[in-house]
Write a protein that binds this ligand. Structure first.
Ligand SMILES: [Zn+2]
Length: 376
């Protein structure tokens, strides 16, 4: 395992390759493209592009998939107040056992800010079964729900005959998931190549005993359906010079966004602004850390180092001390929901620990073999 020479991205991120100088794709993009970008030109290009979507017939101009979090709140305000569009906001909401009060308050905040918000909630038995099988079979409870969250937006766009979808960040450019690599903000239709979307295929769920009729929201529309509906996805993040976790969080919290109050020792959420509508994502971040050697603290620090708001040494300190940390209470809640004992949770987690990067000591604790910033 090697670290990027500039930030703390390890070369273990799936679908991510370092260049010859040992720089990760996200740094390469940031230093070679983002810093040299002509932001006024990008904005002008966007203004020209969206003209054709402005609807004169008292209809929505665009659709934005939202959770009510830092990115979606800022995107909704930007689309309306900066671009002059009339957006329909669509939220695929978590079931009552999973959603946080903070999450529902943040959705109410968007409604109070004057938006039309369409909330789609899914049949809870399939949802719970999908979370359970995602965890037990793949140690990723979110694999079906993420697919549904992403797929529901183009589905609703088609039903409402809306042609333009705004998406936040390009996972290829801003995170380094090269499966979705595109060069500009207008490349959003390649979102279907994201790991999470699986090209819209549901075979893996059918194999696990789910019925196609119960999976309507989980299906990402085909390329043919996209073409027929003339759907265009645009990555909004590509047009913002100051797109970042911390900037989006600060902007949205001054517009009513409620942040996470639990300590980062319990959540690994350094600025308290990630996945605010639910708390189990912390489990997935910890599991990701044991699989690949990085999680959410790493993502925070990489961005801070790149933007110059944090030194690499400060990042190393934070990742060393807080990556993979989690409060037992979230594990307990999750296990109660999917109806498994906590002991089974840990047995499963320990079964996937990357043995090149970690070892399990005599007390059963997972310990890392690598040094943050240096590697193995
Ligand atoms: Zn990097």
């Amino acid at each position: 395992m090697k670290y990027c020479k500039k930030c703390l991205q390890p070369d273990t991120r799936p679908g991510s390759f370092f260049n010859k100088e040992g720089i990760c794709p996200a740094c390469d993009y940031y230093f070679n493209s983002n810093l040299k970008a002509d932001w006024d030109e990008r904005f002008e290009l966007l203004k020209i592009e969206i003209k054709k979507y402005k609807n004169k017939n008292s209809h929505f101009d665009c659709i934005i998939g939202i959770s009510g979090g830092k990115d979606s709140t800022r995107q909704a305000l930007w689309a309306r107040d900066k671009l002059g569009l009339n957006p329909l906001l669509v939220c695929l909401a978590y079931p009552p056992e999973q959603v946080t009060l903070r999450g529902t308050n943040n959705l109410s905040n968007l409604i109070n800010l004057g938006f039309d918000v369409l909330i789609w909630t899914l049949q809870p038995i399939t949802w719970k079964k999908a979370l359970k099988s995602g965890f037990l079979n793949d140690l990723n409870w979110a694999r079906a729900s993420e697919q549904a969250i992403i797929s529901s937006v183009p589905q609703i766009a088609m039903k409402y005959n809306i042609k333009l979808i705004f998406w936040g960040e390009n996972p290829g450019l801003q995170l380094g998931d090269m499966n979705t690599a595109g060069k500009v903000g207008f490349d959003g239709n390649n979102l279907r190549n994201m790991n999470t979307v699986k090209g819209g295929k549901l075979d893996w769920m059918i194999k696990e005993g789910f019925k196609r009729n119960d999976l309507i929201a989980y299906r990402y529309p085909t390329i043919r359906e996209f073409d027929k509906a003339n759907l265009q996805i645009i990555y909004m993040g590509w047009f913002w010079k100051d797109w970042s976790i911390i900037n989006n969080g600060m902007f949205s919290s001054t517009h009513g966004l409620e942040l996470r109050e639990d300590s980062f020792e319990n959540t690994g959420d350094l600025w308290g602004c990630f996945s605010l509508d639910e708390d189990w994502v912390t489990l997935n971040q910890m599991i990701k850390y044991y699989k690949y050697g990085f999680g959410r603290v790493n993502d925070y620090c990489n961005e801070g180092i790149r933007h110059g708001t944090m030194s690499r040494d400060e990042g190393i300190y934070l990742v060393e001390n807080y990556e993979g940390t989690i409060s037992e209470k979230y594990i307990q809640q999750f296990c109660e929901y999917i109806e498994i004992p906590v002991s089974l949770f840990w047995k499963k987690v320990k079964s996937i620990v990357n043995k090149d990067l970690f070892y399990i000591d005599k007390k059963g604790k997972i310990k890392k073999k690598f040094k943050v910033g240096i590697g193995l």
